[in-house]
Design a protein around this ligand. Structure first.
Ligand SMILES: C[S@@+](CC[C@H](N)C(=O)[O-])C[C@H]1O[C@@H](n2cnc3c(N)ncnc32)[C@H](O)[C@@H]1O
Length: 231
């Protein structure tokens, strides 16, 4: 199946009608039930669904030993916690990028209106949360914008899983900025990439991202499109 055919199918599937909210394949729902309900979505102000959360844990557990995950858009640390939960077995590390509550004027100027800027979670709040969840030593929170983080990236640190959920008007740019640092076969996953319950700009960017190079294991979970970059 070509990438275009895959995306067309992903975005036209409505899922089984019997139980509302369920997605195809049923395996995703099972993972969501078992692994996607561990952290308090409401308290963290998170925006991922249970199936998405469970699958983030699953994909994170598939990186090689000592693997590296980069998260763009950490917000209150909900998706970060699910990723870390999967990464735990691998002795890996996550770099989670977000301006948190710093530089609010710049955030106001660049905002995609996805999250309120009042009372944004602070870096130290998220740090405490992740430590409380048992992830001390497994994460580095980078307070700032993805473009700066990419610019200052140590090229020796290769990435096994790039999770893009930052500014919804910059998904393609985020991919291009970090692409030079991806390990062969690295997973790239983009959130809010669904025409019905995502952002139109992300949908367009996802078409561009997955049209470039060669991809394996393309998968669609609710509003996430993911695949492994193999060329
Ligand atoms: C949708 S929220 C992330 C939600 C989080 N992934 C979760 O599921 O719990 C998007 C976050 O990305 C941040 N953001 C916006 N532009 C960014 C950029 N250029 N680099 C990093 N983070 C950015 C926003 O401030 C916000 O905190």
């Amino acid at each position: 199946m070509s990438v275009n055919e895959f995306l067309e199918k992903a975005w036209s599937d409505k899922g089984p009608k019997l139980v509302s909210g369920f997605s195809r394949p049923l395996y995703h729902n099972l993972v969501g039930l078992l692994k996607g309900r561990k952290y308090d979505k409401r308290a963290y102000g998170g925006m991922i669904r249970h199936t998405e959360a469970g699958m983030l844990t699953e994909w994170a557990s598939q990186v090689p030993a000592g693997g590296v995950i980069v998260e763009i858009g950490c917000y209150g640390g909900l998706s970060t916690s699910y990723l870390l939960n999967g990464l735990r077995k691998k002795g890996g590390k996550i770099y989670a990028i977000d301006p948190f509550n710093s530089d609010l004027d710049k955030q106001e100027e660049l905002t995609d209106d996805c999250v309120p800027l009042e009372n944004k979670p602070t870096k130290s709040l998220v740090e405490q949360r992740l430590k409380r969840n048992g992830f001390d030593g497994m994460f580095e929170l980078i307070e700032g914008f993805s473009q700066e983080a990419a610019h200052n990236w140590n090229p020796e640190v290769k990435i096994d899983f790039l999770w893009i959920d930052g500014n919804h008007e910059q998904a393609y740019r985020d991919f291009k900025d970090f692409e030079p640092f991806l390990n062969p076969g690295a997973r790239v996953a983009v959130h809010d990439a669904h025409p019905r319950y995502g952002y139109a700009a992300v949908v367009e960017d996802v078409k561009k991202i997955f049209a470039e190079g060669a991809w394996a294991d393309l998968e669609h979970v609710k509003s996430i499109i993911t695949g492994r970059k193999v060329g």
